[in-house]
Design a protein. Structure first.
Lengths: 224, 224, 224, 224
DNA sequence: AATGAATGAGGATTCATTCAT
DNA sequence: AATGAATGAATCCTCATTCAT
């Protein structure tokens, strides 16, 4: 594993301007190839060609294809994180004063917007994530932070009625993540508008969090 | 495509008993390898070794790894479909007479039970699905059927209050699918019990479908 | 080499009628496959399928594909030899009394007729011959016998004028063999009729053997 | 066909000096292997070993053994063509003024010289030709050009007496080609000297083309 | 820095051949 | 006699990676 891990970190940092351009070209090429051929079909040689760069140069900066994808993912997640923080900065301070539905709607909208940006790359990266611990970890940390944040909100907001704030927060985060993901990936047939999508998600979440009347949950089929 | 597709169908059917055992062993080996190393890391040679079978025998029956995974998926989905149908046969006839919460709880329980069976194989198969049109199609058809069924129920059930039965049905199916999937996959740390999980999902769905008070959904952050 | 040679002789002789049919079917299948796919593309499995026989049965009678081709060639050459002998029996006794042109025409016609029979198999067998010593030997022996026969004729016939009966006989046999072969193989575009072909070949050979006026053969370019 | 054909063209052209040496070594190795083991027995791995080059390097430049043989053949034919043209340039201008026998002797000598160069490679290449359309085409074109040239000569030369200049030209070209080929290939036992061989061939051809007295061609055995 | 030639381990696949049934 | 399941050596070929230029 140690050896394998060595393959994941960028080799050297590009300092001069020319090399930054090279790195950029490589990453753009990597993104194209990853999207077009998937993780298994992506090869360093393809990437080099797609980037218009020699294979030697590629290895100058990236020790393997994991490193490429990781760098790609890092850029993607950096952007996501930044956008998330910016938007949270707007809503959170007033969150307790606003109706729950409105807060939820705002948060959901951010997620939807986030995913709508480069859906194909997003999808491809997610396909790889489970096989790249570094990436998986980063994703998990981001999700974890969101869960904590929402958990705090649930404990404090007057309208929220949930049995277990931690669990509910996690479920909501996963729900939004998963459905937005699918919305963006399965975008064929009758594509649902982003606004409409956000409405429905918000309705789901708000209803759940207000928790008015719990499902009586009688002896369902689960008993079988 | 034609050529690629030729790699996907089983080669010949095992007629003698001995060969049926071989095919079984191969598929078991394939499942183990797929789970352990993922789609990209799965090789026919690994599978043959894991199955305790010569590589020649593997190719006697399967023309490549796609065919292996497809056969695996078909078994998995056949079982899922059968189980689904059996349970639906119990709930559906009385569905309109029962409270919505109870119906939902029953349906959700079936899904959860379905996923709990062989979660790691389930996860691995889902990872491949997007790259195997045959498999993707089969999965989509099963989902589609579920959506139609639920849509019909939503239109008829007195408690259901949704703007668009088709969209809501799809979202609910995806929600249950996705969250159960994650529940099963991310089963580390503090694993949530199946019953508890079913409770929470049922609560989410029921709340959403009863649609009591829609989220007021003011100008969310999406506007930004 | 010893081991390899063991692969060439038929394994056991078919005694019962059923087995003779099996052997026949196998050889017919082998001929079809050899013609369609060439020596390199011919496999024992293909032959078995084409013959409608199990691979096991094939190996019951033939220890490998060389043996198949050899048996095929033997049949082919047996027939050729028989036909040749029959026709020679007609011409030779009166050969010295007939004009040389007529004798030659008769011999050439036999060769042409021989090749016209199953040209595609003929061609395929010739393609393999150089790699199968047994076959090559058999072909060479047949040719050698023809050369001896013609040599004797040349020494005795009053019209024949050649410097070296042995060499001329060999060249004539090869000439007829080679041109008939090509005639039969390259049969596309404007196919020449068998009769016409025989005429031309006979003209060539007769002219050469009568040797009237030798080419003055001055200092040709060969000097360069 | 498309896919198969893709296996036939060289992959990339060697630009640096080092790579040109590699390509050369590979082709030399390919020639050795082809000669020693024949088309069916030739493998890319054998060639790589014989060339003292890694298998990867071989595939860098040639996508398969067809491509190797084709490149080999192209070199061979290029040389043959060049030599042919050079010699023709000497004879043709004065061809009509010279006795037919002399012209023929000159042309035949060129062919013989051509074949005497690398007979074993020549033979091996001819063995493959029928299975490689590209190669077959190239050979056919060269032959066709020779036929046209000779046909023109036959129509114009005062001594030539043939019924059908086209047919006779073709037969003569094939005759010379075939017999020289066999001369070179079957060079065992009592090898005939090149000069002697040219003499005999020239005698055959000249006699035929002068056509003095046609063979009376009575009712030969062909009637049977 | 950049290039691209060279490498070879490793994965896919075929097919001659055996042998239990 | 016939069958066809099983075998695995041998082949084809790719692609990550290094290194001389």
């Amino acid at each position: 594993m140690g050896a394998a891990r060595a393959r994941v970190r960028p080799r050297k940092l590009p300092v001069q301007r020319r090399s930054r351009q090279t790195v950029d070209a490589i990453l753009r090429g990597a993104a194209r190839v990853l999207v077009r051929r998937g993780w298994a079909g992506m090869t360093t040689n393809h990437v080099a060609v797609a980037a218009g760069v020699s294979i030697g140069s590629l290895y100058e900066y990236f020790p393997g294809k994991e490193a490429l994808v990781l760098a790609l993912a890092e850029r993607h997640l950096d952007a996501a994180e930044a956008s998330l923080l910016a938007h949270l900065g707007e809503v959170l301070p007033r969150a307790l004063a606003l109706p729950l539905g409105e807060v939820v709607r705002a948060l959901v909208s951010v997620m939807v917007a986030l995913h709508a940006e480069d859906p194909r790359l997003h999808r491809a990266l997610f396909e790889v994530a489970p096989r790249l611990p570094e990436l998986a970890g980063r994703v998990r940390r981001l999700e974890e932070a969101s869960v904590r944040m929402l958990e705090g909100l649930l404990r404090a907001h007057p309208e929220a009625r949930v049995r277990d704030a931690g669990l509910s927060a996690r479920l909501v985060v996963e729900l939004v993540e998963a459905l937005t993901h699918r919305w963006v990936v399965g975008a064929d047939g009758a594509p649902v508008a982003a606004d409409r999508m956000a409405d429905e998600l918000a309705a789901m979440v708000t209803g759940y969090l207000r928790g008015a009347e719990r499902a009586a949950g009688g002896a369902g089929l689960a008993a079988t």
